[in-house]
Ligand binder design. Sequence first.
Ligand SMILES: Nc1nc2c(ncn2[C@@H]2O[C@H](COP(=O)(O)OP(=O)(O)O)[C@@H](O)[C@H]2O)c(=O)[nH]1
Ligand SMILES: [Mg+2]
Length: 270
Amino acid sequence: MSSFPGRGLPTLHTQSQSEASHHTETCNVVIFGETGAGKSSLINLVAGTQTALTSCDAMGCTTETNVYDVLIQNRTLKVKLFDTVGLGEGPEGKVPDKDARRVLKKLLRDLMKQTDIHLLMYCVRGVRATKALCRNYDLIRSEVKERVPIVLVATSLEDKGPEMEEWWKDNERSISDFGMTFAGHACVTTATIDEYAGDKLKRRRKQSYHAVCQLIEQYRLLERVQTPLLDVGRWLHSTIQQVSTMAPRYVVLGYSSCPYFTIIDEQEKA
Ligand SMILES: Nc1nc2c(ncn2[C@@H]2O[C@H](COP(=O)(O)OP(=O)(O)O)[C@@H](O)[C@H]2O)c(=O)[nH]1
Ligand SMILES: [Mg+2]
């Protein structure tokens, strides 16, 4: 773990898991949200350790940005998880909201200058979604615009029935009515488990781990497809032009993520 104090233009120094240094592909994921939402617990879930300090009191224990290197996807994808200062604390808090917002904005700006932020995770408690969620969302959205996808991770859903995903079904409409759009979501529990944990909690934690990893991996897949798509787009354009002069009845369509091409008979279409 290393810290990222958010002052000056930061240099990333991470004391990573030793294996992590052998992996060249790195995905930078910044986790943000209110104090107590479960951000540090989310990191521990993905890391499979108790490395990030968590706190059960209303005052956060994360007073600066901490960076954790974690390997996922059968240890082939290196992920840098940024645990950020909790938002929403009062003036008496360890990091009052005003300061936390300033630190977070600066972190995003510095990171975008220095490297890439691949994904932003908005971590929220899985209670009823209210307009209050917009405040932090708007802060981040106005900073990164559409350049970085934001996904939503709702925690504390270990008792939600019948499945944790029910939270999304219950709240999707309000979230959209409040004007928030997410590139993906995961309904999870990041509760720590001990030897007395029941099977249901263990199962749900495992599900949660996979759901969060999937959000990260999905982003990765999208990025891989996008570049070849540009080439395919150019190739398609010229091919369609050639084909249309030679044999106007056929149009060849291709898509880099599809293992096949479709041939449409223009006459049948008509
Ligand atoms: N029941 C339950 N408790 C959680 C969950 N996630 C975190 N907590 C607890 O909530 C408190 C705050 O979590 P923490 O990860 O420190 O939140 P942070 O301030 O956003 O980093 C800690 O006591 C955690 O053990 C969860 O999914 N379910
Ligand atoms: Mg924390």
